[in-house]
Ligand binder design. Structure first.
Ligand code: ADP
Ligand code: MG
Length: 319
Protein backbone atom coordinates (compact mmCIF):
# COMPACT_ATOMS: atom_id res chain seq x y z
CA UNK A 1 0.00 0.00 0.00
CA UNK A 2 1.35 3.40 -0.95
CA UNK A 3 0.63 6.85 0.47
CA UNK A 4 -2.32 7.33 -1.88
CA UNK A 5 -5.62 6.99 -0.03
CA UNK A 6 -7.43 3.73 -0.65
CA UNK A 7 -11.10 2.81 -0.52
CA UNK A 8 -12.14 0.56 2.38
CA UNK A 9 -14.95 -1.88 1.61
CA UNK A 10 -16.65 -3.83 4.40
CA UNK A 11 -18.36 -6.79 2.77
CA UNK A 12 -20.71 -8.65 5.14
CA UNK A 13 -17.92 -8.42 7.71
CA UNK A 14 -18.96 -10.36 10.81
CA UNK A 15 -17.31 -10.96 14.18
CA UNK A 16 -18.39 -13.63 16.62
CA UNK A 17 -16.55 -13.75 19.92
CA UNK A 18 -16.10 -17.27 21.30
CA UNK A 19 -18.75 -18.25 23.80
CA UNK A 20 -21.20 -15.53 22.74
CA UNK A 21 -24.44 -16.44 21.04
CA UNK A 22 -24.85 -13.23 19.06
CA UNK A 23 -22.20 -11.65 16.82
CA UNK A 24 -20.62 -8.38 17.99
CA UNK A 25 -20.64 -7.16 14.37
CA UNK A 26 -23.17 -8.65 11.98
CA UNK A 27 -22.77 -8.65 8.20
CA UNK A 28 -21.47 -5.10 8.07
CA UNK A 29 -21.47 -3.86 4.49
CA UNK A 30 -20.38 -0.34 3.67
CA UNK A 31 -17.76 1.40 1.53
CA UNK A 32 -15.60 4.28 2.69
CA UNK A 33 -14.51 6.14 -0.46
CA UNK A 34 -10.80 6.95 -0.75
CA UNK A 35 -9.85 10.17 1.03
CA UNK A 36 -13.02 10.42 3.12
CA UNK A 37 -13.67 10.32 6.85
CA UNK A 38 -16.23 7.72 7.93
CA UNK A 39 -17.43 8.04 11.51
CA UNK A 40 -18.70 4.89 13.21
CA UNK A 41 -21.14 5.89 15.91
CA UNK A 42 -23.55 4.06 18.16
CA UNK A 43 -24.18 3.28 21.80
CA UNK A 44 -21.59 1.56 23.95
CA UNK A 45 -21.27 -2.11 23.04
CA UNK A 46 -22.69 -1.62 19.53
CA UNK A 47 -19.52 -3.05 17.99
CA UNK A 48 -17.75 0.14 16.83
CA UNK A 49 -14.31 -0.80 18.13
CA UNK A 50 -14.68 -4.37 16.92
CA UNK A 51 -15.65 -3.18 13.42
CA UNK A 52 -12.65 -0.84 13.31
CA UNK A 53 -10.13 -3.37 14.60
CA UNK A 54 -11.15 -5.85 11.93
CA UNK A 55 -9.59 -3.44 9.40
CA UNK A 56 -6.05 -3.81 10.75
CA UNK A 57 -6.73 -7.33 12.01
CA UNK A 58 -6.25 -6.57 15.65
CA UNK A 59 -9.46 -8.58 15.59
CA UNK A 60 -9.94 -11.30 13.00
CA UNK A 61 -13.08 -11.40 10.90
CA UNK A 62 -15.21 -14.49 11.43
CA UNK A 63 -17.18 -14.29 8.16
CA UNK A 64 -17.26 -11.89 5.23
CA UNK A 65 -14.36 -9.67 4.24
CA UNK A 66 -12.83 -6.21 4.30
CA UNK A 67 -10.91 -4.94 1.27
CA UNK A 68 -8.52 -2.00 1.21
CA UNK A 69 -7.97 -0.68 -2.30
CA UNK A 70 -9.48 -3.92 -3.57
CA UNK A 71 -7.19 -6.20 -1.55
CA UNK A 72 -8.63 -8.43 1.14
CA UNK A 73 -7.09 -7.75 4.55
CA UNK A 74 -7.09 -11.53 4.97
CA UNK A 75 -4.67 -11.93 2.07
CA UNK A 76 -2.12 -9.40 3.33
CA UNK A 77 0.73 -10.11 5.68
CA UNK A 78 -0.33 -8.67 9.06
CA UNK A 79 2.87 -6.70 9.62
CA UNK A 80 2.81 -4.92 6.28
CA UNK A 81 -0.97 -4.42 6.59
CA UNK A 82 -0.48 -2.61 9.91
CA UNK A 83 2.41 -0.50 8.64
CA UNK A 84 0.06 0.82 5.98
CA UNK A 85 -2.52 1.85 8.57
CA UNK A 86 -2.11 4.70 11.04
CA UNK A 87 -3.71 3.93 14.39
CA UNK A 88 -4.73 6.49 17.01
CA UNK A 89 -6.52 5.59 20.24
CA UNK A 90 -7.79 7.43 23.29
CA UNK A 91 -4.96 6.29 25.57
CA UNK A 92 -2.42 7.40 22.92
CA UNK A 93 0.10 4.75 23.95
CA UNK A 94 3.23 6.88 23.58
CA UNK A 95 6.43 5.22 24.79
CA UNK A 96 7.13 7.10 28.06
CA UNK A 97 10.90 6.61 28.02
CA UNK A 98 11.26 7.92 24.48
CA UNK A 99 11.39 11.55 23.35
CA UNK A 100 8.62 13.01 21.21
CA UNK A 101 10.90 12.76 18.15
CA UNK A 102 11.65 9.09 18.80
CA UNK A 103 7.96 8.34 19.34
CA UNK A 104 7.01 9.95 16.02
CA UNK A 105 9.91 8.14 14.30
CA UNK A 106 8.72 4.67 15.41
CA UNK A 107 7.41 3.41 12.07
CA UNK A 108 10.01 5.09 9.79
CA UNK A 109 12.67 3.42 11.94
CA UNK A 110 10.97 0.03 11.63
CA UNK A 111 10.90 0.61 7.89
CA UNK A 112 14.63 1.34 7.91
CA UNK A 113 14.47 4.91 6.64
CA UNK A 114 17.83 6.76 6.59
CA UNK A 115 18.37 8.93 9.70
CA UNK A 116 18.34 12.24 7.86
CA UNK A 117 15.05 11.48 6.11
CA UNK A 118 13.48 10.33 9.39
CA UNK A 119 14.61 13.50 11.17
CA UNK A 120 13.22 15.68 8.41
CA UNK A 121 9.90 13.81 8.45
CA UNK A 122 9.58 14.12 12.25
CA UNK A 123 10.06 17.89 12.10
CA UNK A 124 7.61 18.20 9.23
CA UNK A 125 4.97 16.22 11.15
CA UNK A 126 5.44 18.10 14.41
CA UNK A 127 4.88 21.32 12.48
CA UNK A 128 1.82 19.79 10.84
CA UNK A 129 0.23 19.05 14.22
CA UNK A 130 1.29 22.49 15.47
CA UNK A 131 3.92 21.39 17.96
CA UNK A 132 6.93 23.47 16.85
CA UNK A 133 9.74 20.98 16.36
CA UNK A 134 12.49 23.01 18.08
CA UNK A 135 10.40 23.20 21.22
CA UNK A 136 8.86 19.72 21.27
CA UNK A 137 11.14 17.16 19.65
CA UNK A 138 13.28 16.63 22.76
CA UNK A 139 10.46 16.48 25.30
CA UNK A 140 9.14 13.33 26.95
CA UNK A 141 5.45 12.33 27.09
CA UNK A 142 5.27 13.22 30.81
CA UNK A 143 6.15 16.81 29.85
CA UNK A 144 3.10 17.18 27.62
CA UNK A 145 -0.56 18.06 28.19
CA UNK A 146 -3.26 15.57 27.19
CA UNK A 147 -3.98 17.48 23.99
CA UNK A 148 -0.28 17.66 23.10
CA UNK A 149 0.04 13.91 23.64
CA UNK A 150 -2.84 13.32 21.23
CA UNK A 151 -1.10 15.53 18.67
CA UNK A 152 2.06 13.46 19.02
CA UNK A 153 -0.05 10.30 18.64
CA UNK A 154 -1.52 11.71 15.44
CA UNK A 155 1.92 12.68 14.10
CA UNK A 156 3.20 9.20 14.88
CA UNK A 157 0.27 7.58 13.08
CA UNK A 158 0.91 9.76 10.01
CA UNK A 159 4.68 9.25 10.00
CA UNK A 160 5.03 6.74 7.18
CA UNK A 161 2.23 8.39 5.18
CA UNK A 162 -0.20 5.45 5.44
CA UNK A 163 -3.19 5.52 3.06
CA UNK A 164 -5.58 4.53 5.86
CA UNK A 165 -6.05 5.86 9.39
CA UNK A 166 -8.04 4.21 12.17
CA UNK A 167 -9.00 6.41 15.10
CA UNK A 168 -10.83 5.08 18.16
CA UNK A 169 -12.33 7.87 20.27
CA UNK A 170 -9.01 9.75 20.02
CA UNK A 171 -10.34 12.91 21.66
CA UNK A 172 -12.61 11.18 24.18
CA UNK A 173 -10.51 11.96 27.25
CA UNK A 174 -9.88 15.65 26.48
CA UNK A 175 -11.62 18.68 27.95
CA UNK A 176 -14.24 20.26 25.66
CA UNK A 177 -12.06 23.19 24.53
CA UNK A 178 -9.01 21.07 23.70
CA UNK A 179 -11.28 18.56 22.08
CA UNK A 180 -12.91 21.16 19.80
CA UNK A 181 -9.48 22.51 18.87
CA UNK A 182 -8.19 19.07 17.93
CA UNK A 183 -11.31 18.28 15.93
CA UNK A 184 -10.71 21.35 13.79
CA UNK A 185 -7.00 20.55 13.55
CA UNK A 186 -7.86 17.09 12.27
CA UNK A 187 -10.09 18.61 9.58
CA UNK A 188 -7.32 21.00 8.55
CA UNK A 189 -4.77 18.18 8.42
CA UNK A 190 -7.13 15.91 6.51
CA UNK A 191 -7.49 18.72 3.97
CA UNK A 192 -3.75 18.40 3.35
CA UNK A 193 -3.22 14.63 3.61
CA UNK A 194 -6.49 13.14 2.26
CA UNK A 195 -6.38 9.85 4.15
CA UNK A 196 -9.18 7.33 4.23
CA UNK A 197 -10.20 7.52 7.87
CA UNK A 198 -12.39 5.30 10.02
CA UNK A 199 -13.15 7.34 13.12
CA UNK A 200 -14.97 5.73 16.05
CA UNK A 201 -16.91 7.94 18.43
CA UNK A 202 -20.03 7.72 20.59
CA UNK A 203 -20.49 11.48 20.22
CA UNK A 204 -22.93 12.26 17.41
CA UNK A 205 -21.89 15.93 17.33
CA UNK A 206 -18.28 14.93 16.76
CA UNK A 207 -19.41 12.59 13.97
CA UNK A 208 -21.49 15.32 12.31
CA UNK A 209 -18.55 17.72 12.44
CA UNK A 210 -15.87 15.32 11.20
CA UNK A 211 -17.62 12.72 9.06
CA UNK A 212 -18.05 12.92 5.31
CA UNK A 213 -20.27 9.94 6.04
CA UNK A 214 -21.62 8.47 9.25
CA UNK A 215 -22.41 4.82 9.96
CA UNK A 216 -24.80 4.39 12.88
CA UNK A 217 -24.54 0.98 14.51
CA UNK A 218 -27.02 -0.52 16.90
CA UNK A 219 -26.63 -3.35 19.42
CA UNK A 220 -25.19 -6.48 17.82
CA UNK A 221 -23.16 -4.46 15.30
CA UNK A 222 -26.10 -4.06 12.96
CA UNK A 223 -25.86 -1.11 10.61
CA UNK A 224 -28.85 1.16 11.20
CA UNK A 225 -27.98 3.77 8.56
CA UNK A 226 -24.99 4.91 6.50
CA UNK A 227 -25.26 8.37 5.01
CA UNK A 228 -23.89 11.88 4.87
CA UNK A 229 -24.56 13.96 8.02
CA UNK A 230 -27.06 16.08 6.14
CA UNK A 231 -28.99 13.09 4.77
CA UNK A 232 -29.07 11.43 8.21
CA UNK A 233 -30.44 14.54 9.86
CA UNK A 234 -32.97 15.14 7.11
CA UNK A 235 -34.12 11.54 6.72
CA UNK A 236 -33.35 9.25 9.67
CA UNK A 237 -34.18 5.69 8.59
CA UNK A 238 -36.06 4.77 11.75
CA UNK A 239 -36.90 5.60 15.35
CA UNK A 240 -33.55 4.33 16.66
CA UNK A 241 -31.58 6.62 14.35
CA UNK A 242 -33.87 9.58 15.06
CA UNK A 243 -33.43 9.04 18.80
CA UNK A 244 -29.68 8.71 18.42
CA UNK A 245 -29.53 11.99 16.49
CA UNK A 246 -31.43 13.67 19.31
CA UNK A 247 -34.49 15.88 19.64
CA UNK A 248 -32.35 18.82 18.50
CA UNK A 249 -31.91 17.18 15.10
CA UNK A 250 -33.44 20.22 13.38
CA UNK A 251 -30.94 22.54 15.08
CA UNK A 252 -28.07 20.23 14.13
CA UNK A 253 -29.21 20.51 10.55
CA UNK A 254 -29.22 24.31 10.83
CA UNK A 255 -25.65 24.10 12.16
CA UNK A 256 -24.52 22.53 8.88
CA UNK A 257 -25.58 25.56 6.84
CA UNK A 258 -24.27 29.09 6.74
CA UNK A 259 -25.87 32.48 6.07
CA UNK A 260 -23.71 32.80 2.92
CA UNK A 261 -25.73 30.00 1.32
CA UNK A 262 -29.07 31.83 1.65
CA UNK A 263 -30.78 34.22 -0.66
CA UNK A 264 -31.14 37.42 1.31
CA UNK A 265 -33.85 40.03 1.36
CA UNK A 266 -33.10 43.70 0.58
CA UNK A 267 -31.68 45.84 3.39
CA UNK A 268 -34.47 48.41 3.29
CA UNK A 269 -32.65 50.59 5.81
CA UNK A 270 -32.08 47.82 8.37
CA UNK A 271 -28.80 48.17 10.34
CA UNK A 272 -28.90 45.78 13.32
CA UNK A 273 -28.43 43.20 14.71
CA UNK A 274 -25.71 41.91 12.39
CA UNK A 275 -24.00 38.60 11.67
CA UNK A 276 -21.10 37.57 9.45
CA UNK A 277 -21.95 35.51 6.37
CA UNK A 278 -19.94 32.60 7.76
CA UNK A 279 -22.34 32.31 10.75
CA UNK A 280 -24.21 28.99 10.90
CA UNK A 281 -27.98 29.16 10.64
CA UNK A 282 -28.14 27.71 14.15
CA UNK A 283 -26.04 30.55 15.58
CA UNK A 284 -28.01 33.09 13.53
CA UNK A 285 -31.24 31.79 15.06
CA UNK A 286 -29.69 31.96 18.51
CA UNK A 287 -28.57 35.55 17.90
CA UNK A 288 -32.10 36.51 16.85
CA UNK A 289 -33.51 34.94 20.02
CA UNK A 290 -31.05 36.66 22.35
CA UNK A 291 -31.40 39.99 20.50
CA UNK A 292 -35.21 39.73 20.51
CA UNK A 293 -35.25 40.30 16.75
CA UNK A 294 -36.93 38.37 13.93
CA UNK A 295 -34.24 39.35 11.43
CA UNK A 296 -30.49 39.90 11.05
CA UNK A 297 -28.37 42.05 8.76
CA UNK A 298 -25.83 39.81 7.05
CA UNK A 299 -22.37 41.31 6.53
CA UNK A 300 -19.97 40.48 3.70
CA UNK A 301 -16.30 39.65 4.30
CA UNK A 302 -15.43 43.37 4.32
CA UNK A 303 -17.99 43.95 7.08
CA UNK A 304 -20.44 45.76 4.76
CA UNK A 305 -24.19 45.01 5.01
CA UNK A 306 -25.23 42.64 2.24
CA UNK A 307 -28.88 41.90 2.94
CA UNK A 308 -31.35 40.68 5.53
CA UNK A 309 -32.23 37.20 6.74
CA UNK A 310 -35.50 36.59 8.58
CA UNK A 311 -36.40 34.00 11.19
CA UNK A 312 -39.11 32.65 8.90
CA UNK A 313 -36.57 31.90 6.17
CA UNK A 314 -34.48 29.90 8.63
CA UNK A 315 -37.28 27.84 10.06
CA UNK A 316 -38.75 26.29 6.94
CA UNK A 317 -39.64 22.61 7.18
CA UNK A 318 -36.70 20.24 7.55
CA UNK A 319 -38.46 17.26 5.84
P1 ADP B 1 -18.16 -0.43 21.19
O1 ADP B 1 -16.79 -0.05 20.73
O2 ADP B 1 -19.25 0.01 20.25
O3 ADP B 1 -18.45 0.03 22.58
P2 ADP B 1 -17.15 -3.16 21.15
O4 ADP B 1 -16.79 -3.42 19.74
O5 ADP B 1 -16.05 -2.87 22.10
O6 ADP B 1 -18.28 -2.03 21.21
O7 ADP B 1 -17.95 -4.42 21.71
C1 ADP B 1 -19.06 -4.99 21.02
C2 ADP B 1 -19.59 -6.18 21.80
O8 ADP B 1 -18.62 -7.22 21.78
C3 ADP B 1 -19.89 -5.89 23.27
O9 ADP B 1 -21.02 -6.63 23.63
C4 ADP B 1 -18.66 -6.41 23.98
O10 ADP B 1 -18.98 -6.84 25.27
C5 ADP B 1 -18.25 -7.58 23.10
N1 ADP B 1 -16.80 -7.84 23.14
C6 ADP B 1 -15.83 -6.95 22.83
N2 ADP B 1 -14.61 -7.52 22.94
C7 ADP B 1 -14.82 -8.82 23.32
C8 ADP B 1 -13.97 -9.95 23.60
N3 ADP B 1 -12.64 -9.84 23.49
N4 ADP B 1 -14.57 -11.10 23.96
C9 ADP B 1 -15.91 -11.22 24.04
N5 ADP B 1 -16.76 -10.22 23.81
C10 ADP B 1 -16.24 -9.02 23.45
MG1 MG C 1 -15.28 1.13 21.66
Amino acid sequence: MSGVAAEIAFDRATKRYPGRAEPAVRELTLTVPAGEICCLVGPSGAGKTTAMKMVNRLIDITEGDIRIGGESVRSLDVTSLRRGIGYVIQQVGLFPHMSVADNVATVPRLLGWPKARTRERVDELLDLVELPAEDYRGRYPSQLSGGERQRVGLARALAADPPVMLMDEPFGALDPITRARLQHELLRIQHEVHKTVVFVTHDIDEAILLGDRIAILREGGVLAQYDTPEALLERPADEFVARFLGTDRGLKLLALRRLDELELEPLDGAVAPTAAGSTTLRDALSTMITAGSRSLVVLDSAGEPRGVVTMDSLTGPVA
